[in-house]
Design a protein around this ligand. Sequence first.
Ligand SMILES: [Zn+2]
Ligand SMILES: [Zn+2]
Length: 272
Amino acid sequence: MNSQRYTDREINLHTHSFYCGHGHGHIAEYVQAAASTSLKALGFSEHCPFPDDRYRSTRMAYADRQRYEADVASCQGAGDLKVLLGYECDYHRCYHQYLAETGERVDYLIGAVHYLNRSEEADDPHFSRPLEKRDLPRYADRYCQMLQSGLFLFGAHPDLFTYNYRRWDEETEAISRAILACAVSEGIALEINGYGLQKKVMQTEDGFTHTYPHPRFWALAAEYPDLLVVTSSDAHKPGDVAYGIEETAAIAHENGLRLAAYFVDGRSVTIG
Ligand SMILES: [Zn+2]
Ligand SMILES: [Zn+2]
């Protein structure tokens, strides 16, 4: 096997673009922007559309996915930057086969939980309304189902529930432990997300903190020595392609967490 090893700071696999409707800039502009950063590899992970266009308000139309994939492919192999094609996916068991087929077609998938439905039919992004304590176990269940599906390279922003649940209590600790333990037992890395550093700062018992990455979550992660972590910019505009690279690595270092390396063989990616 002739795989190329990238340190966490040399690669970013969590990148969006204009395709999702709330991102900005074209694929080629991100590739161009990466040239003035420390990145040696850049992966695109547009929010994955579903065949029934579920969650259409926050992602591209299903019909656009071939255009997106061709657009990324056209940037591959042109310069020194390694360019990879992926998707960031919300996981539902009912879409498992579709996501598995998508994962075989592209270079990698990353998993996340952006939607915490009140029912199977009512899809609302969980960061569009305050979460209640009773919502939290469902977030953890959904996140662990995603990790256990075997489809994903890493779990994105596991602490995103803190965006609309603004306190740290016994329930947040319990669901964080459930997610951390699941990631360890599945051997899947969790992501410290740079995009959260651009969002609201809140006052908590710990002083002013970002909602995510949440300091309590990553402090708790230190109790799981086998946990692997990665950092990503989660860029939604070209200038942010390496956003938060120092700050997210500092969160890992301050908490003594194990930053993973990436191994890329052709277009196949693993983390170790
Ligand atoms: Zn997005
Ligand atoms: Zn996300």
